[in-house]
Design a protein around this ligand. Structure first.
Ligand code: SAH
Ligand code: SF4
Length: 433
């Protein structure tokens, strides 16, 4: 068995100690994934083809490997099973053979919290003991899962709590798609088996009624946003591989229209994001002048506003039917004047962008150097954008009481002084140069 594992590369896209995001951003990832001590390979996060080739390397002939991979894939992603023993159409003798060589991973749940507004936050742990977070936001007509792409973030947006963490490492495809699977586990949303349905009918429960009850209280996981911890375009390959499994009709089968990836503006990766993943794009713009954006979203020193907006104009698949979302955090006396709002409108027009603007009231965290704009200021800003014919909803903060709102995610609760935070910002900035 060991010999088999040394011949195969369980996941070629695991993050390693090398430049990330291709040739453009040589930001080192400090820590690689530690292989499992028991030598088994986690199947979650691997495409069907790769599962088949693992089965073949382990001794099955090509035809059997392909068939087993198809069956296993269905059980993993369509039915959400976590034990090979539950795969009832696979021969009884075959199941222990699989269990000896492979595992069906899920991130470990360290803590689960529920906000007074129904928002849920999970503190999760990787197999090699790194903590990260995932948030579920139920609404009347949808349920949105906010997924993390990295443990920490190499960037240091000044208003973002995650930015005060050192990047520990990229999450693997399995750890990214694993969040969606964990949410389905927690929400009880895997399709029922035929026998469960029969039992429900015998018990007088109507399955269709069940479904509509789910949707009306917004419990169903209908949308995914890559807006948790980390910069998804600095972990491009793993995010792409994970989202492909989420979108795969034989996998989790969520439409790309229901998935949004948010970037702080990693310009050189945006075209590939549109072409290779094809999901909706959100851009953390947050400021309309070089000075202010350089300060609050420091990646702006590398890729400026004009370059960023041009990349948005060129984003494959953007149209009036699929607009790009510009996120704009409202910071008191920093980026919230009427003049800023007018400049935002001018820029969107100049680049002819199919755009909508999300105005996000700043969510505070201990030691944050900013305050949230007043409700009147936010209203005035929103009106200017709206009257120019651009949708500009003000986001209601969700889950603030459990620190689950945008920008509040941070694990390990390291308490840092202002001076330490400034020093860390300097370090991260130097890495950008
Ligand atoms: N790294 C990616 C995605 C994660 S952040 C990005 O920056 O786009 C998700 C969104 O929350 C971003 O728009 C981010 O700018 C915003 N955000 C971060 N900190 C915030 C805070 N304290 N209050 C409100 N929004 C915040
Ligand atoms: Fe990283 Fe996004 Fe936070 Fe900026 S806003 S520090 S890019 S997670």
């Amino acid at each position: 068995m060991r010999a088999m594992q040394s011949q195969i590369d369980p996941s070629p896209s695991l993050p390693v100690n090398m430049p990330i995001a291709g040739h453009v951003d040589p930001v080192p990832v400090p820590r690689e994934v530690t292989p499992r001590e028991d030598g088994r390979v986690d199947l979650i996060g691997l495409p069907k083809k790769q599962i088949a080739s693992l089965f073949e390397t382990a001794g099955l002939d090509a035809k059997a490997a392909k068939l087993r991979a198809k069956q296993v894939f269905h059980w993993l992603y369509h039915r959400g099973v976590t034990e090979f023993e539950a795969m009832t159409d696979i021969a009884k003798t075959m199941r222990p053979w699989l269990a000896e060589r492979f595992v069906i991973g899920r991130p470990e749940i360290v803590e689960a919290q529920v906000s007074t507004d129904g928002t849920r936050k999970w503190l999760l742990r990787t197999a090699d003991k790194h903590d990260f977070e995932m948030v579920f936001i139920p609404d009347a007509d949808r349920g949105t899962l906010c997924v993390s792409s990295q443990v920490g973030c190499t960037l240091n947006c000044r208003f973002c709590h995650t930015g005060t963490m050192r990047l520990v490492r990229n999450l693997t495809p399995g750890e990214i798609v694993g969040q969606v699977m964990l949410a389905r586990d927690a929400l009880g949303e895997w399709p029922k088996s035929a026998s469960d349905t029969r039992l429900a009918t015998m018990a007088g429960l109507d399955d269709e009624e069940d479904e509509s009850a789910y949707s009306s209280d917004g419990r169903l996981l209908t949308n995914i946003v890559m807006m948790g911890m980390g910069e998804p375009l600095y972990n491009f390959d793993n995010v792409r591989d994970a989202l492909k499994l989420v979108m795969d009709g034989d996998g989790l089968a969520l439409s790309k229209r229901r998935i949004t990836l948010s970037t702080s503006g990693v310009v050189p990766m945006m075209e590939r994001c549109g072409e290779e993943i094809g999901v909706n794009l959100a851009v953390s713009l947050h400021a309309v002048t070089k000075d202010v954006r350089d300060e609050i979203v420091p990646i702006n020193r590398k890729y400026g506003i004009d370059e960023l907006l041009q990349a948005c104009a060129d984003y494959p698949g953007a149209s009036n039917a699929r607009r790009i979302t510009f996120e704009y955090v409202m910071l008191k006396d920093k980026n919230d004047s009427d003049e800023d709002a007018r400049e935002l409108v001018r820029l969107i027009r100049q680049y002819k962008l199919p755009a909508k603007v999300n105005l996000i009231p700043f969510n505070p965290w201990p030691g944050a150097p900013y305050e949230c704009s007043s409700p009147e200021r936010i209203k005035s800003f929103a009106n200017i954008v709206f009257e120019a014919g651009i949708s500009a909803p003000v986001r209601t903060p969700r889950g603030r009481d459990i620190d689950a709102a945008c920008g509040q995610l941070k694990t390990a609760a390291e308490k840092k002084s202002r001076a330490e935070l400034d020093r860390l910002a300097e370090e991260k900035m130097a890495a950008l140069d």
